[in-house]
Design a protein around this ligand. Sequence first.
Ligand SMILES: Cc1cc2nc3c(=O)[nH]c(=O)nc-3n(C[C@H](O)[C@H](O)[C@H](O)COP(=O)(O)O)c2cc1C
Length: 191
Amino acid sequence: MKSIILYDSMSGNTAEVAKAIHRSLTEKFMTPSLVKVEEGLTVDLFDFDLIFIGSPVISWLPTQTLMTFVKKMMKDYNGQGLIKPSSPVIPGKFGISFGTFSGPHIGVKEALPMTLWLNSFIEHLGYTVLDQWHVVGKRNNPPKNWPEINKNGRLGDIEDRPNKADLLSIENRVKGVVDSLSSWNNIKEHI
Ligand SMILES: Cc1cc2nc3c(=O)[nH]c(=O)nc-3n(C[C@H](O)[C@H](O)[C@H](O)COP(=O)(O)O)c2cc1C
C-alpha cells in the first residue's frame, strides 16, 4: 500500500503533525512520501492508495498555497476524465484530512470547514475518506492587537500545543488505520 502525506505549514505546527504521521507509518513498515506543498509541485495522487492531506486553519480554510494546488489538481484530473460524475468509489483507495488550528473564537468549529474542504477533494477523486483529525496548534507570532490569543481563546491555554500527547494521539490513530486496512487486505485475499 503506497502512502503520501501532503501538507502545508506556515509556522511549523502542521509540519510536526505531518512528521508524526510519517513516523508512525514508517514504524508500521510503510514507506510513506512526506511532501510539503509548494508552488509548481507535481505529483500524481492516483499513484497512492492512502493519502493524508493537511493544512493549518487560516480563516477557517486551508492555506492559499494548498487550495491553489488542489484546484490545479482538480483541473488537470478533470481534463483527463478522472473526475467522474457521481464520483464512484475506487476500491482500495483511502484518504484522511488533518490540520492544526487555534480555535480562539468558536473552538473546533473553526477547523471543520477546512477539513470538509479537503475531504471534498479526496472524495472527488473517488477515494474513501476515513477520518479528519483536528489538532490544536498555538498561534505563533500572535497578532499585536491580541497578544494573549494563546490563553484567552475558547480552548484555554494552548501555549504548548501541539504537545507530546497530541502527537502521540496522531501516531496511535495512524497505527489503528494501518492495522484495520491491512486486516481488510488479509480478508480480501481469502475471498
Ligand atoms: C493569518 C492566520 C489566520 C488564522 N486563522 C485561524 C482561524 O480562522 N481559526 C483558527 O482556529 N486558527 C486560525 N489560525 C491559527 C492557526 O491555524 C494555528 O496557529 C496553526 O496551528 C498554524 O499552523 P502552522 O504552524 O502549521 O502554520 C490562524 C493563523 C494565522 C497566522
